[in-house]
Design a protein around this ligand. Structure first.
Ligand SMILES: *Cc1c(COP(=O)(O)O)cnc(C)c1O
Length: 404
């Protein structure tokens, strides 16, 4: 944790807790490093669903080529905050109203998920035009991945068998420009596995384009760049990834590659800070009950992992009885919900954890608050804070591409 962040957490009042803190400076440096690792010919979109916090989107806007949005809500939210940043509108199950909204908003790309969706689009165009990518669920072998959106029966994208029907429709409608293909197949791949998958997508896409005489100008290979919650310092190897993409593009000088990561962009900038309310031992296992829980930070429940954390001890103890504590032992950190699923980290060794200490969960910047069931049990919502010390210079100014 950066010292300024620790300091900021220390200055949160008890009334602020639980709190989310987003480190915007760290976010900017991170996305800048991602951008710098990508070769010419690769466009970087941020998938807004990972975290659509307004200040996060505004911080990212200067560093990305666009935002990927997947609902009418995201579309108007993102357009309102960053009116000049191009938008790609994707996602399954687009309503007619959402498609119309995307056209009205002038979304730069529409990711078409089925022939039916394409037909719906043609009824809404009027005298407007649209640039589309066809999202395809390719028959590739994904091996073991955290989340697979394709490569097997899936509601995402279209079967390759549907592509030709779409291509013929587009060929007969000059208002629709087919820019290429979209294929977001998996989440949680590290750089080499991700490159191997992209290699398969490109080879398949070029074969298809060649066979049907389509000019494949653009391929969006999706997001899903791996994030390692067990080893927070093992950041996705963007340099190796960028070098691999450069090799692909060297053989395809006219192709534009697009990527649209979400998690790997914002996950490290977010912290969920709370305090220990109680510590108890139950049949040989020690539990720390924290203010808040998975109704604020859903990630560990959704992904079934231990959320990494740091303890910030507070020395004030004014009660007349002994301060409950755990020492050099495994502790299970749970929230306030009346369900055994409300676990943030299970049997994790701590040196010392006391009632009243603060706990700062790292890697809480993606799929955390915005996927949580906020209404369950009607606890108060967390407060939100943004650390933006852009003017403060630290050390020699070089940024080691490693976080937190
Ligand atoms: C969710 C999603 C992404 C982003 O995935 P991450 O795992 O957050 O990088 C990108 N593209 C599409 C189509 C998605 O559904």
């Amino acid at each position: 944790m950066r010292p300024v962040l620790r300091d900021r957490i220390g200055r949160l009042t008890d009334d602020d807790l639980p709190a989310y803190i987003y480190d915007l400076r760290a976010l900017r440096e991170h996305v800048h490093a991602i951008r710098a690792a990508l070769p010419q010919g690769v466009e970087l979109l941020y998938a807004a669903k990972a975290n659509s916090d307004p200040r996060i989107l505004q911080a990212l806007a200067a560093h990305v080529d666009g935002f990927e949005v997947a609902s009418g809500g995201e579309l108007s939210h993102v357009r309102g905050l960053a009116p000049d940043t191009p938008l790609a509108f994707g996602g399954p199950g687009k309503t007619q109203a959402e498609l119309a909204q995307a056209l009205d908003a002038g979304a730069e790309r529409l990711h078409i998920e089925s022939e039916h969706e394409l037909r719906l689009l043609t009824t809404l165009l009027g005298d407007r035009s649209a640039d589309v990518l066809l999202r395809v669920n390719l028959p590739v072998d994904l091996g073991r991945v955290a989340l697979a959106m394709g490569g097997h029966p899936s509601p995402f994208g279209m079967d390759p068998a549907q592509l030709d029907g779409c291509r013929e429709l587009i060929a007969s409608d000059p208002r629709i420009r087919l820019r290429g293909l979209h294929s977001h197949l998996a989440s949680g791949l590290q750089a080499q596995a991700q490159l191997a998958l992209i290699d398969q997508i490109l080879t398949w896409g070029e074969g298809w384009a060649h066979d049907c005489g389509v000019d494949l100008a653009e391929v969006n290979v999706g997001g899903g760049m791996g994030v390692d919650y067990t080893h927070p310092h093992r950041v996705f190897d963007w340099s190796a990834f960028g070098a691999g993409l450069a090799r692909f593009l060297a053989r395809r000088p006219r192709l534009t590659l697009r990527i649209e990561p979400g998690r790997s962009v914002t996950v490290y900038c977010g912290w969920y800070v709370t305090e220990v309310l109680d510590i108890k031992s139950s049949r040989g296992e020690t539990f720390a009950v924290l203010r808040g829980g998975t109704h604020h930070l859903r990630t560990p429940a959704a992904k079934q992992h231990d959320q990494p954390f740091e303890v910030i001890s507070g020395d004030v103890w004014l009660r007349p009885w002994a301060r409950p504590e755990a020492r050099d032992e495994p502790v299970t950190l749970v929230g306030q919900l009346c369900t055994p699923k409300d676990v943030l980290a299970r049997r994790v060794m701590v040196e010392r954890l006391r009632v009243g200490d603060r706990v700062a969960f790292a890697m809480a910047g993606a799929y955390a608050w915005n996927i949580a069931h906020h209404a369950f049990l009607m606890h108060p919502h967390p407060t939100f804070h943004h650390l933006d010390d852009a003017e403060v210079s630290v050390g020699c100014g070089t940024y080691a591409h490693q976080m937190p």
